[in-house]
Write a protein that binds this ligand. Structure first.
Ligand code: HEM
Ligand SMILES: *[C@@H]1O[C@H](CO)[C@@H](O)[C@H](O)[C@H]1NC(C)=O
Ligand SMILES: *[C@@H]1O[C@H](CO)[C@@H](O)[C@H](O)[C@H]1NC(C)=O
Ligand SMILES: *[C@@H]1O[C@H](CO)[C@@H](O)[C@H](O)[C@H]1NC(C)=O
Ligand SMILES: *[C@@H]1O[C@H](CO)[C@@H](O)[C@H](O)[C@H]1NC(C)=O
Ligand SMILES: *[C@@H]1O[C@H](CO)[C@@H](O)[C@H](O)[C@H]1NC(C)=O
Ligand SMILES: *[C@@H]1O[C@H](CO)[C@@H](O)[C@H](O)[C@H]1NC(C)=O
Ligand SMILES: *[C@@H]1O[C@H](CO)[C@@H](O)[C@H](O)[C@H]1NC(C)=O
Ligand SMILES: *[C@@H]1O[C@H](CO)[C@@H](O)[C@H](O)[C@H]1NC(C)=O
Ligand SMILES: *[C@@H]1O[C@H](CO)[C@@H](O)[C@H](O)[C@H]1NC(C)=O
Ligand SMILES: *[C@@H]1O[C@H](CO)[C@@H](O)[C@H](O)[C@H]1NC(C)=O
Length: 352
């Protein structure tokens, strides 16, 4: 009884502590330290999108691939001299794109408020802006992430779900990142935009050099894909993941699944389990419902294993960790004030 009162009182205290002291992300984290940060990122994304609308899909995937490997800490952006960083891993190379857009956004933000805005936040903002440009959907991005300095190809290989995963493997992988089975189905809806190289679906249409058609893949679609991607495909050939509206973030992905037009084996797996299938059917029937849930799931994904407070650093160049020394900036001072945080996020760089 007494214990419960104490716990309640403690919870009340924790609830009124500024979010920053608790090591949580906050909408408008840069309100005072870099008020135009989100506008500058949005402008960089809009400029890149005007040149190539496919870049939006690339930026949405970049955020996913950042968050699932060592948390949303911009580790996916780091370059390694010997080619052993996350971006060099098979799930990322050569398919991941949008790096130069992040660099352009970072350059704009640095010239406006140096050493203040993390690369990890820029990636999260850019994904949101890409959702806005392709889907007429908006959501606020809690920010205050800090940048990590560990980036290993093996971590990307071990944490990113491959397109050969079964429903159970997909559910387990997302659960490992605190995301529910429904959120896995919701976020897979990002496959309504963008492209894929042949290698990601080749086993569905070829058994060595013999044409084959995976169960759950329309034979007519398989024939088209076989013509585009021979058993030894051109390494540069790509095709739209959602061939009906490849540049629009809509619910066509879910409608296509029921027609055996999901491109990846993993996409089709969402229909093999009655629970997941029920979600697919509800999103196919109600686009508004999916968009609302997609925005919420993107925010949740953006919280995975984030570094906050004095953890990590504010990288000056998104491709490389800072070369020692501490950065003196308004954000750095705020971070120092938040040194004793109550964060539930345990992410010890020294052990990763
Ligand atoms: C559920 C597990 C997932 C699997 C197995 C998966 C797999 C893949 C694969 C194989 C590709 C094509 C890569 C290539 O070019 O060959 C791809 C593309 C893409 N994925 Fe996923 N993905 C998953 C979840 C997600 C999530 C959660 C998001 C974002 C919220 C996402 C966003 C995208 C986007 C936007 C593209 C197109 C990228 C571009 O056009 O540059 N995917 N995915
Ligand atoms: C930043 O400003 C917006 C708009 O006034 C507000 O909603 C948000 O809570 C503010 N965030 C912080 C951390 O001050
Ligand atoms: C425009 O997009 C193409 C790819 O479609 C890319 O090669 C080129 O670098 C982009 N140009 C600019 C200025 O962003
Ligand atoms: C690659 O370089 C990193 C340091 O940047 C080093 O830790 C790692 O051992 C190197 N890997 C290989 C395979 O040489
Ligand atoms: C897209 O973003 C702009 C700028 O932040 C915003 O004004 C607009 O309302 C957003 N669009 C939608 C449909 O939410
Ligand atoms: C669907 O998959 C989930 C997650 O793997 C599992 O918990 C559930 O029992 C499955 N439902 C059915 C009806 O197979
Ligand atoms: C995810 O898996 C790793 C090891 O594979 C484990 O250390 C970690 O606790 C798991 N996280 C969750 C939330 O299940
Ligand atoms: C999935 O939903 C469809 C309705 O679109 C239904 O015909 C099918 O039987 C369902 N499959 C499973 C495994 O529940
Ligand atoms: C679709 O979902 C929205 C958002 O949850 C809801 O308000 C609306 O009533 C749903 N529409 C139908 C036809 O069920
Ligand atoms: C890695 O990040 C920590 C902050 O967590 C920083 O103190 C350290 O200098 C960084 N390491 C390198 C090699 O830059
Ligand atoms: C950032 O670092 C990369 C890799 O070392 C380098 O190629 C690039 O020129 C740097 N960018 C800036 C703006 O200094």
């Amino acid at each position: 009884m007494m214990g419960r009162v104490v716990v309640a009182a403690l919870l009340a205290v924790v609830a009124v502590l500024p979010a920053i002291v608790r090591g949580q992300l906050q909408v408008g984290f840069y309100n005072t330290t870099c008020p135009n940060a989100e506008t500058l990122v949005q402008q960089a994304v809009a400029a890149a999108f005007a040149n190539d609308s496919g870049i939006a899909a690339g930026l949405i995937r970049l955020h996913f691939h950042d968050c699932f490997v060592n948390g949303c800490d911009a580790s996916v952006l780091l370059v390694s001299a010997n080619g052993t960083a996350e971006r060099d891993a098979a799930p990322n190379k050569p398919s991941l794109r949008g790096f130069e857009v992040i660099d352009a956004a970072k350059a704009a933000v640095e010239s406006s408020c140096a050493g203040t805005v993390s690369c990890a936040d820029i990636v999260a903002f850019a994904a949101r802006d890409s959702v806005n440009l392709t889907g007429q959907a908006s959501y606020q991005v809690p920010s205050g992430r800090r940048d990590g300095n560990v980036s290993l190809d093996v971590d990307a290989t071990n944490n990113l779900p491959p397109p050969t995963f079964t429903a159970q493997q997909l559910v387990d992988r997302f659960a490992n990142k605190t995301l529910t089975a429904e959120e896995m189905v919701i976020l897979s809806g990002a496959h309504t935009v963008g492209r894929s190289f042949c290698s990601s679906f080749l086993p569905r249409i070829w058994s060595n050099t013999t044409p084959t058609v995976d169960a759950g893949l329309s034979p007519a679609y398989a024939t088209l894909l076989q013509a585009l991607c021979p058993s030894t495909p051109d390494a540069s050939t790509t095709t739209a993941v959602d061939p009906t509206t490849p540049a629009v973030l809509d619910n066509n992905y879910y409608k296509l699944l029921s027609l055996n037009l999901g491109l990846f084996f993993s996409d089709n797996q969402l229909r093999t389990n009655a629970t997941l299938n029920a979600s697919v059917n509800s999103f196919a029937a109600n686009e508004t419902l999916w968009k609302e849930k997609f925005a919420a799931a993107m925010v949740k994904m953006g919280n995975i294993e984030v570094l906050t407070g004095t953890q990590g650093e504010i990288r000056l160049n998104c491709s490389v960790v800072n070369s020692g020394g501490s950065i003196t900036s308004p954000a750095g001072i705020i971070a120092t004030m938040a040194h004793h945080d109550y964060s539930g996020s345990i992410h010890n760089i020294a052990t990763t």
